[in-house]
Design a protein around this ligand. Structure first.
Ligand code: IPE
Ligand code: IPE
Ligand code: MG
Length: 255
């Protein structure tokens, strides 16, 4: 088992004074649509286009890791029509993989698909796998979609894996070996956690990874979030002297 938090295979050095890892809880699609007298699905449709724009903006800003919460393990309780619509839209994100590949973006996913227990339709899992495979050698922005993701399930999954390694005498039970058993061992801690639409909740997102992250909450609904909003969040991080937990090292950036 590797020592240390990350796999240390990521290129070092961030570009400029930007957070190495930005994670976003994309909330407010439904309220955005309702405020315009539109069906909730229109909010999700616009939200998907916003995500593509914000990934480009994160890339341009030189952010090394950008993680977006796309669908939670709790979201399965929504009406079936809405769930199907959201899942269909995420297929669109994976269909943008060629553009991301051209931009040297590495696509990753965290969630139940990693543990093989996802209820996602096979066709979406296929698009996801192809996106991960196509971009696996890229060295630019690490774009991770949390998809059919729940942090509690991730912690249970990591516990099982670590116990298994421990029983076979291959790992001690300590923090850094636990971190290696999470869905994405290479993922550094979150430096800046953003939630749109005003709610101040984690909603089961990255509990382990966000433990020291400053929480930036904007009233803007996700479909209206854009490059300027991301820059404002980064500026807030930059001027706020938001640091790491004692003993945590700076995240590895990218070249
Ligand atoms: C976020 O928007 C999208 C997902 C959770 C998939 P919501 O659908 O939660 O929108 P609100 O919070 O109801 O406005
Ligand atoms: C969080 O938003 C999940 C995603 C953004 C995918 P929700 O709207 O589902 O969260 P709650 O229900 O307000 O906690
Ligand atoms: Mg919501």
């Amino acid at each position: 088992m590797h020592e240390g938090r990350g796999s240390s295979t990521e290129p070092a050095c961030g570009r400029g004074d930007v957070p190495g890892h930005v994670a976003v809880i994309m909330d407010g699609n439904g309220r955005w649509a309702e405020s315009k007298g539109l069906p909730r699905t229109e909010g999700h449709r616009q939200g998907e286009a916003t995500l593509a724009d914000v990934v480009r903006a994160a890339d341009d800003l030189g952010i090394a890791w950008f993680t977006a919460y796309g669908f939670s393990t709790e979201n399965w309780t929504r009406p079936k029509l809405e769930v199907d619509f959201i899942l269909g839209l995420h297929k669109n994100i994976f269909r943008r993989r060629l553009e991301m590949h051209r931009n040297n973006v590495r696509i990753r996913c965290i969630g139940r698909p990693v543990s093989g227990t996802s209820r996602l339709p096979k066709r979406i899992l296929r698009e996801m796998d192809e996106s991960i495979e196509l971009t696996k050698s890229n060295t630019g922005l690490n774009f991770t979609l949390a998809f059919d993701y729940g942090s509690r399930e991730e912690l249970v999954y990591a516990t099982r894996r670590l116990l298994d390694l421990h029983r076979r005498g291959r790992a001690e039970i300590v923090e850094h070996t636990f971190a290696q058993c999470l869905y994405e061992p290479a993922m550094p801690p979150v430096d800046l956690l953003v939630r749109t639409s005003g709610e101040q909740r984690l909603s089961n997102f990255l509990l382990w990874q966000s433990v020291g992250a400053p929480f930036y909450v904007t009233p803007t609904y996700w479909p209206d979030f854009d490059r300027a909003e991301l820059e404002a969040a980064v500026e807030w991080w930059r001027t706020g002297r938001h640091g790491h937990l004692p003993g945590e090292r700076e995240p590895e950036g990218r070249t």
